[in-house]
Design a protein around this ligand. Structure first.
Ligand SMILES: C[S@@+](CC[C@H](N)C(=O)[O-])C[C@H]1O[C@@H](n2cnc3c(N)ncnc32)[C@H](O)[C@@H]1O
Length: 222
């Protein structure tokens, strides 16, 4: 699992953040604190995970936890956001319930896995014509092998059929975007307008130290 938590989100040039797969809310919280987003959406299919996130973000009116599968959430929200408002997408939905303690990929995904990336990207293509959106896809290593910082997946990982492990559909859907790969963490695929200079840059040491101090103070006070 990757996370946006260590990367600088201040220069995305996007006004809205849209995440698929909320999980424990780490990337969402970071987008809230570090990005310049006016509205943040995150969709989560797994009920206990979605409920926990709703509680966690209840005091932030700009954050919307959408308790639904990612494609339903995209269909509903993308129709409301004008294409002149840029969206930063973080596509990270897979393996319902995987952030639960004791989750076992082999046990939970015996008959195929939920990896809705292709449908998500088709919807973005269809509903955001001409938009200057930036799309970051997490866990590139699920789709192909490469020199990932955290290593590759095993052949039998989560019973993913080998025929699913390719990204031809991405290139077919977005011939008009710059497509880059990053091998940090578990790998990221970045799709962006040709004019965008967004990349995954690590946060400065100063920012991380301040964040840790703030967190520890909040813990002590709370
Ligand atoms: C790796 S976790 C997300 C981590 C989170 N994005 C972060 O960076 O902090 C993946 C989440 O996707 C959820 N998920 C799986 N399939 C989904 C789907 N089709 N739609 C929405 N969420 C889904 C899982 O329940 C899990 O909580």
């Amino acid at each position: 699992m990757g996370t946006l938590h260590k990367y600088d989100l201040q220069h995305t040039q996007c006004q809205v953040f849209f995440e698929t797969g909320t999980g424990l809310g780490h990337s969402l919280k970071h987008a809230l604190d570090n990005g310049n987003f006016s509205t943040l959406y995150s969709s989560e299919i797994h009920s206990p995970t979605a409920e926990r996130a709703s509680t966690l973000f209840a005091s932030y009116p700009q954050v919307h936890i959408l308790h639904s599968d990612s494609t339903t959430a995209l269909k509903s929200i993308l129709r409301q956001v004008p294409s002149t408002t840029s969206i930063f997408f973080f596509l990270d939905a897979h393996f319902p319930g995987e952030v639960e303690v004791g989750y076992n990929y082999a046990e939970h995904t015996p008959n195929g896995v939920t990896m809705p990336l292709q449908e998500e990207l088709q919807l973005i293509r269809q509903l955001r014509p001409g938009a200057m959106d930036v799309i970051v896809v997490d866990d590139l290593k699920l789709y192909e092998d490469g020199p990932f910082e955290n290593g590759q997946i095993s052949n039998s990982f989560a019973n993913i059929p080998s025929s699913w492990r390719n990204l031809d559909f991405v290139h077919a859907l977005f011939p008009d975007k710059t497509i880059e790969k990053s091998y940090l963490d578990d790998g990221y695929l970045i799709l962006k307008p040709h004019s965008s200079n967004f990349s995954l840059k690590k946060l400065s040491a100063g920012y991380r130290i301040k964040r840790t101090i703030k967190k520890n103070v909040a813990r002590l006070l709370g």
